[in-house]
Design a protein. Structure first.
Length: 292
């Protein structure tokens, strides 16, 4: 798992305007991002609208992606579902499809106990030889530090995608669990902070649209040029804050790709897509932002 590091887009899943999984779009987006130089991909997570897809669609998206990537960069597959049984099926499928790691949010909605959550991860870790990356994100209910430490000690659990802003816990995890426990920082607007706290990589939604920004931050960080990293981060924060204004991030990230000639499609309902007039006006906002 130590080779999975750097800038890792939480890949969008392109759907057609009729909401069908868009194989051509998915392939085009992947080949575009690999061309931009990203270091890995995180499939069917929150950004990938995984929870809006059927089991079969999730599997199909993974198969298409693995075929398009062809081993060029590592792939992490998000296998989270509320039911252990469903998540295990996706885990085994990810393994058989050649993924490099799996990742999962904790089971949510029913307020499962800590014991049940630990049992969930243990079952998934045992379901395949793949390293499991736990996924702490407010959308599924943030797990406390004590729980994270217990989870990190489960055999097969090799890392965490840390999508919370309390970055001192990244530093703590690295010293409490060990330097080889992989940490991926998931708050795009805090990418540099995450790296400074000790993260091995950064996984995020906006990397689908502005991978160059994060590749520049990562490159400067690795070379020790923190001033340059910080300057690029500042510009990135401005763009991300603009992106969050329209209330439908996945639709926006897909639209930005379409404007650049990458057919990333549309988001699935209940997410809303923009009308042509809305897109034209949003596009102007971004052109204005670029000129500043
Ligand atoms: C995933 O699984 O798709 C992610 O990694 C998504 C992480 C995102 N966090 C949330 C809460 O949605 O990329 C971030 C987020 O969109 C970004 O930081 C902008 O706020």
């Amino acid at each position: 798992i130590s080779e999975i590091k750097g800038v890792i887009p939480a890949l969008l899943t392109p759907f057609t305007a009729e909401e069908e999984l868009d194989e051509k779009g998915l392939r085009a987006l992947i080949s575009h991002l690999i061309g931009e130089g990203v270091h890995g991909l995180y499939l069917v997570g929150s950004t990938g609208e995984g929870f809006l897809m059927s089991q079969d669609e999730r599997k199909k998206a993974v198969e298409i992606a693995m075929d398009e990537v062809k081993g060029r960069i590592p792939v992490i597959v998000h296998v989270g579902a509320i039911s252990t049984r469903l998540s295990k099926e996706l885990t085994v499928h990810a393994y058989e499809s050649g993924a490099d790691a799996v990742s999962s949010v904790p089971p949510f909605y029913y307020k499962f106990s800590e014991e049940q959550i630990i049992g969930y991860y243990r079952d998934l870790a045992e379901a395949s030889p793949l390293p499991m990356i736990i996924y702490n994100i407010p959308l599924a209910g943030i797990m406390g530090y004590g729980t994270l430490v217990k989870l990190a000690k489960i055999p097969g659990v090799k890392g965490i995608k840390y999508t919370s802003t309390t970055h001192f816990e990244i530093t703590q995890l690295k010293s409490d669990i060990g330097a080889d426990f992989m940490v991926y920082s998931g708050a795009d607007e805090m990418a540099l902070s995450g790296l400074l706290a000790g993260s091995d990589g950064i996984i995020g939604s906006t990397y689908n649209a502005i991978p160059d920004t994060f590749l520049a931050i990562y490159d400067a960080f690795v070379k020790g040029d923190i001033e340059r990293a910080n300057n690029v981060m500042k510009q990135g924060v401005e763009v991300i804050m603009q992106m969050l204004k329209y209330g439908s991030l996945m639709s926006l990230l897909k639209a930005i790709n379409r404007w650049a000639g990458v057919p990333a499609g549309y988001a699935r309902k209940p997410f809303s897509n923009f009308t042509e007039a809305e897109e034209a006006s949003i596009r102007k906002d971004f052109v204005a932002l670029k000129k500043r």
